[in-house]
Design a protein around this ligand. Structure first.
Ligand code: RFL
Ligand code: PHB
Length: 389
């Protein structure tokens, strides 16, 4: 088999790239290790920057999103009983959109089916060959038989645990990493959201987040120990803990109910440089991870897709490789800023095991500055809604 671009990974970055390239007449094959149902059962991001919303429109997959999404003009932050809003619209005239990653992924799969582009599920043992030469190819096993696809380029969209990044030799690659000493325990419940905006809560018991998917579906998180297991947390224990971390007036309004999903995610900052090796280009979580506190993971994946799509279109249309040559540099410049925002927001809102009384005072001063200083709020708003591409 031969194609122009092999995309390893059928998550949101691989699918979005595939759709945008298809619209420009560039042929792709997506290789996904899992089944479609498995990919669609993963509950992850909920907040889309307008850059990603615009790309969904460009890809022609925005119809349901435009109907069902919720526009959020700001977000709320609380510390003990204090609650304040950062009004993005008032500060910088921008907003974000609430629409689940699961729905983004479903819309992209439906669109890919509709145009008849090839996706191979349950592709095992995917391996990238000769990415640093002129004629790269990818091998994999399907139903026990070895397969080969020759191609011009490979997009490594296979997430943090994928094989693409590891294909780049150690002496070419530098990894930068910070692992946070806690995780987030998240639940999804068919209950109305406690507030019309998200609430990021700093409390002496640890961080909490009140988020949502729609007016009947809520997503809540509490900071937990890395050693915690989902089975250790009954729904009742979760709701009790969440209430204790929210301002009383919010906790009193919280509607609780059975969880329909419960999971624990560790928090990590990670960047691998460069994001290109020969004809292999890394996109999204394959190259970088942020702690979810700034809602940046899916959104940085989208900006990578934007730069890579531009580079590939320019290559095929004008025989000009400048966009591909500058891909890694352009993508990384934006990513490091999103890394900084996610890291600083995580530091401002969580309890750390070794925090001294001095550290706590600094954290409090930082939140109070954000509460009362419009310049600090403007910086927060610019980063939260997403820096320009
Ligand atoms: P994904 O989604 O991990 O998809 C990678 C795909 O590649 C497949 N794969 C392979 N396929 C073939 N061969 C192999 N060897 C393979 N290895 C892996 C996998 O099965 C998978 O289908 O990466 P992608 O596409 O780069 O997308 C990144 C986003 O999923 C991620 O950044 C976000 O979910 C992060 N994130 C959030 N991002 C936001 O922008 N806003 C948010 O509000 C937000 N909230 C979150 C989040 C992530 C969370 N968790 C669980 C980590 C909240 C949470 C709790
Ligand atoms: C979510 O709704 O899952 C969500 C929202 C905002 C975040 C992280 C996760 O910062």
């Amino acid at each position: 088999m031969r194609t122009q671009v092999v995309i390893v990974g059928g998550g949101p970055s691989g699918l979005l790239l595939g759709q945008l390239l298809h619209l420009k007449g560039i042929e792709t094959v997506i290789l996904e290790r899992k089944t479609r149902d498995y990919v669609l059962a993963r509950i992850r991001a909920g907040i889309l920057e307008t850059g990603l919303v615009d790309m969904m429109r460009e890809a022609g997959v925005a119809e349901r999103m435009d109907k069902e999404c919720f526009i959020h003009n700001g977000t709320c932050i609380s510390y003990e009983n204090e609650l304040f809003a950062v009004d993005f619209h008032k500060l910088i005239g921008k907003n974000v959109v609430v629409y689940g990653q699961t729905e983004v992924t479903r819309d992209l799969y439906d669109a890919r089916d509709a145009v008849g582009a090839k996706t191979i599920f349950e592709a095992e043992d995917v391996q990238i060959h000769d990415a640093d030469r002129d004629a790269p190819y990818v091998t994999f096993t399907l139903d026990g038989a070895e397969q080969r696809i020759d191609c011009d380029f490979i997009a490594g969209c296979d997430g943090f645990h994928g094989i693409s990044r590891k294909t780049i030799p150690d002496n070419v690659r530098t990894d930068y990493e910070k692992v946070f000493p806690f995780g987030w325990l998240g639940i999804l419940s068919e209950t109305p959201p406690v507030h019309d905006e998200l609430i990021y809560a700093n409390s002496s018991r640890g961080f909490a987040l009140c988020s949502m998917r729609n007016e009947k579906l809520s997503r809540y998180y509490v900071q937990c120990e890395l050693s915690d297991k989902v089975e250790d947390w009954s729904d009742e224990a979760f709701w009790d803990e969440l209430k204790r971390r929210l301002p009383e007036a919010v906790a009193d309004k919280l509607v609780t109910g059975p969880s329909i999903e419960k999971s624990i995610a560790p928090l990590r900052s990670f960047v691998s440089e460069p994001m290109r090796w020969g004809r292999l280009f890394l996109c999204g979580d394959a190259a970088h991870i942020v702690p979810p506190t700034g809602a940046k993971g899916l959104n940085t994946a989208a900006s990578d897709v934007h730069y890579l799509k531009e580079g590939l279109v320019r290559y095929y249309k004008d025989k000009d490789s400048e966009g591909l040559d500058s891909y890694s540099e352009k993508a990384l410049a934006r990513i490091w800023k999103a890394e900084r925002f996610s890291w600083s927001t995580t530091n401002m809102l969580h309890r750390f095991p070794d925090q001294s009384a001095f550290d706590l005072k600094m954290q409090r001063a930082e939140i109070e500055s954000l509460h009362h200083n419009e310049t600090a709020q403007t910086w927060f708003a610019q980063n939260y809604v997403g820096l320009p591409y």
